[in-house]
Design a protein around this ligand. Structure first.
Ligand SMILES: Nc1ncnc2c1ncn2[C@@H]1O[C@H](COP(=O)(O)OP(=O)(O)OP(=O)(O)O)[C@@H](O)[C@H]1O
Length: 314
């Protein structure tokens, strides 16, 4: 593996005494889309801020594209683009001037052709001469992304990029993320929209109470922790699950018309054949059936819940 970003033993205790991160180890692969998930206050922004040199870690090291973020801050920072949650930019500047300035800050020579490409990709070309303060909220978010990309970073952090944005911008954003990945940019995003991580990410990390509790290939995670459900839509509603079937992982819908059987997606044996035999033996007929798999969201919620008692005990 060729990590583009190595985070080793990174901890953070704020001046208030609050420990936001406990010795986090994480390696990000070159060219991947990595989704960092976690509930509010888990430490995602703290971790991103440390990698971007905005917050000093209390312990540990971070190597970004070959450069130590503390000893070679300038070189490391020039490899990183950050789309923060909020806009901190000069409201009186025009969009183009802001981008030129951002690019210059990272020591990159002026390149108006690149700025034009970034502006066009974000549907900002028409707004290039507008002052930032005259833009709508959505347009300002687009400027944030443009600013993060204008110095051609190899690692792009997106901190809650789609929180509160409209559908059009969200779609533009994901199209752009895919294009950037195809061009070789490594992307690390935090999101509360887990379906986005499910759709976009190659790997998923879950952070909870300042600890990285899991890092896994998304598909493997879904296979490993996912559960499947088989829904049987019955010919005639049942008043209750027959006592003979009480030992099975079955649930009956409130109106008695659907039996839901839950099984392990990873298991060797699903038990479905046995279930169908038993239903037939008890004269329970069904007219239709379908299966569903648990989403990353359900897996995430159960993971975060499951880890809580361990955390408290630690
Ligand atoms: N400057 C600071 N001083 C003291 N405590 C802080 C500071 N910044 C963050 N924290 C605390 O550190 C913890 C982690 O916060 P952080 O913003 O990293 O979480 P997060 O996972 O990004 O949350 P969210 O999903 O809400 O953005 C929280 O308890 C937060 O209150």
């Amino acid at each position: 593996m060729d990590p583009i970003l190595s985070i080793r033993g990174v901890g953070k205790t704020y001046a208030s005494g609050l420990t936001a991160l406990h010795s986090v180890d994480l390696e990000i692969r070159r060219g991947e889309i990595f989704a960092l998930l976690g509930p509010n206050g888990a430490g995602k922004t703290t971790l991103i801020s440390i990698v971007c040199g905005i917050v000093n870690p209390s312990s540990g090291t971070v190597i970004a594209d070959g450069h130590d973020i503390r000893r070679q801050w300038r070189q490391a920072r020039a490899r990183i683009g950050l789309v923060p949650q909020e806009l901190h930019t000069d409201a009186f500047e025009t969009v183009t001037a802001t981008l030129r300035l951002s690019r210059g800050l990272f020591g990159k020579p002026r390149d108006d052709a690149h700025i034009e490409r970034v502006l066009r990709a974000l549907s900002l070309w028409d707004k290039r001469d507008s002052k930032i303060m005259a833009l709508s909220g959505g347009m300002k978010r687009r400027v944030l992304i443009a600013k993060a990309l204008v110095h051609e970073p190899s690692i792009l952090f997106l901190d809650e990029p789609t929180a509160g944005v409209d559908v059009e911008l969200r779609q533009d954003m994901w199209r752009l993320v895919r294009e950037l990945r195809e061009q070789g940019t490594t992307i690390i995003l935090t999101t509360h929209y887990i379906e986005e991580a499910e759709e976009m990410a190659d790997r998923v990390g879950v952070i909870n109470h300042g600890r990285l509790v899991l890092v896994e290939e998304k598909t493997a995670l879904m296979r490993k922790l996912g559960r499947k459900q088989l829904s049987l839509h019955l010919q005639s509603p049942l008043p209750a699950i027959p006592p003979e079937l009480a030992g099975l992982p079955l649930e009956l819908s409130a109106d008695g018309s659907t039996l839901v059987y839950t099984f392990d997606a990873q298991g060797e044996r699903t038990g479905i054949a046995g279930l169908l035999r038993q239903l037939s033996a008890h004269g329970i007929d069904f007219k239709d059936l379908n299966t569903t798999e648990s989403s990353l969201e359900e897996i995430f919620v159960s993971l975060v819940r499951r880890r809580e008692p361990q955390e408290d005990a630690a």
